[in-house]
Design a protein around this ligand. Structure first.
Ligand SMILES: Cc1cc2nc3c(=O)[nH]c(=O)nc-3n(C[C@H](O)[C@H](O)[C@H](O)COP(=O)(O)OP(=O)(O)OC[C@H]3O[C@@H](n4cnc5c(N)ncnc54)[C@H](O)[C@@H]3O)c2cc1C
Length: 381
């Protein structure tokens, strides 16, 4: 039986950060064949490390504030710069490595990890049974059993569930978040991208951004952010109301349509609307109103008002989540953890990253939580 002071299960963003900051004898266990693989997929391969505008409003719980007070985005950027990873940011404050390559982030983290004499890393290893012992924990894999005084669960969302159950730790069920949404059929709209749309869902969500229509779904950052709010509120279905021309007021839009009809009376109404919106969208809207064959001069004032109303209140029926979510909502509530992320009822058990019930919207906020939580726990050891 091999003994360690600290065992970290899961070598993703939070587990690596934790291991990098320990100084005691540590075992880092990773199920897959490679450490930190998911980091390579983040930010479309560019790794959106964090965001200049870190704020609790971008998370599901304000309790994250006390952890960011210990290690925020500025300290994260300094930490990365000290490791040799320099960053730049876009208009939304999203921070990326200067190389614009997630490989850089992973390569340098792994280099730093390889220089840590106190950390042993084991890949292709999955703990099957974790037991609380008098002095800590025993962690049994298929072939070996390890013991440790302090155990850190850093498995990401769902996969940590089995260990939480074995240790009788309560958690909120994991759900997909930051994911596209399935919808009823969006006839003829597959591949249509519309920017500056306002997306509303009851009183729960109201945000402007870009959406991408799919045959039976919608996607894009604003939709990912909506999915986070749906997940937090245990919702899978409902009506999304989209203002397709969010930066034009209804009365102005009506005047524009009326002017275009007056100037081009022999156009089809479809041609008129195409001057405002993607052709496929124009066709879809006019078909819904049975105006797709209408000549502009024959359209009535009421028909143009209905068209404006539809453009400003385009309803899409959500039927569920699409596949390939980026984040899990759910996990162990922060109110059950102390200021060092130690479980209040299971001494020496620490939880970091997505296994904690912390989820943020798009923009670098989820990785920031992984860095913050990993750093806080790691430097305790
Ligand atoms: C495609 C994609 C793009 C993303 N882009 C961004 C972005 O740009 N910015 C951002 O802030 N967030 C992004 N995210 C979210 C971000 O990657 C996660 O929030 C973050 O990686 C969570 O860190 P973690 O350490 O909790 O879990 P993970 O990074 O998921 O790491 C968990 C690790 O534990 C291992 N593991 C799981 N189960 C076991 C087990 N039983 N035994 C041993 N090991 C196990 C896994 O193999 C994995 O290596 C993205 C996510 C995805 C999927």
């Amino acid at each position: 039986m091999q003994q360690y002071e600290v065992i970290i299960i899961g070598a993703g963003a939070s587990g690596i950060m934790c291991a990098l900051n320990t100084s005691q004898k540590t075992l880092l266990i990773e199920a897959s064949e490679r450490v930190g693989k998911k980091i390579l997929a983040t930010g479309n391969g560019k790794c959106n490390i964090t965001n200049n505008h870190l704020d609790v409003k971008f998370y599901n719980t304000p309790l994250v504030a006390k952890y960011f007070a210990k290690f925020n985005q500025k300290q994260t950027l300094q930490y990365f710069a000290d490791l040799g990873i320099f960053t730049h940011f876009d208009d939304e404050g999203r921070r990326y490595p200067l190389s614009n390559s997630a490989n850089t982030v992973l390569d340098i983290l792994l280099k730093a990890l390889s220089l840590k004499r106190n950390v042993t890393t084991m890949v292709n290893t999955v703990p099957l049974k974790i037991t609380k012992t008098q002095n800590g924990f025993s962690v049994a894999t298929q072939n070996q059993t390890f013991t440790c005084r302090k155990l850190v669960i850093a498995t990401g969302g769902n996969s940590g569930m089995q260990y939480l159950q074995q240790l009788h730790v309560a958690y909120v069920d994991f759900k997909p978040s930051l994911v596209g949404l399935k919808t009823t059929r969006n006839k003829g709209l597959a591949g249509v991208r519309v920017s500056n749309v306002r997306v509303k869902f009851d009183r729960l969500f109201d945000e402007v951004g870009e959406i991408l229509f799919k045959e039976d779904g919608i996607s894009g950052i604003v939709i990912f952010n909506l999915s986070a709010h749906l997940a937090r509120n245990h919702l899978r279905t409902g009506k999304v109301v989209i203002d397709l021309l969010a930066n034009i007021e209804s009365d102005v839009l009506l005047q524009m349509l009326q002017a275009s009809v007056a100037n081009n009376p022999n156009y089809l109404l479809l041609d008129v609307v195409e001057g405002l919106l993607h052709k496929s969208l124009a066709k879809n809207l006019l078909e819904k109103l049975a105006l797709d064959k209408k000549v502009a001069k024959d359209s009535t004032a009421q028909e143009l008002r209905s068209l404006v109303n539809l453009i400003k209140n385009y309803v899409v029926e959500i039927t569920g989540y699409a596949d390939n979510h980026q984040v899990h909502a759910g996990g162990v509530d922060l109110c059950n953890l102390d200021e060092n992320l130690q479980h209040q009822h299971v001494p020496n058990l620490y939880l970091i990253g997505e296994v904690v019930n912390v989820d943020g919207v798009c923009g670098g906020y989820n990785l920031q939580w992984a860095w913050t939580s990993g750093k806080i726990v790691g430097e305790k050891f």
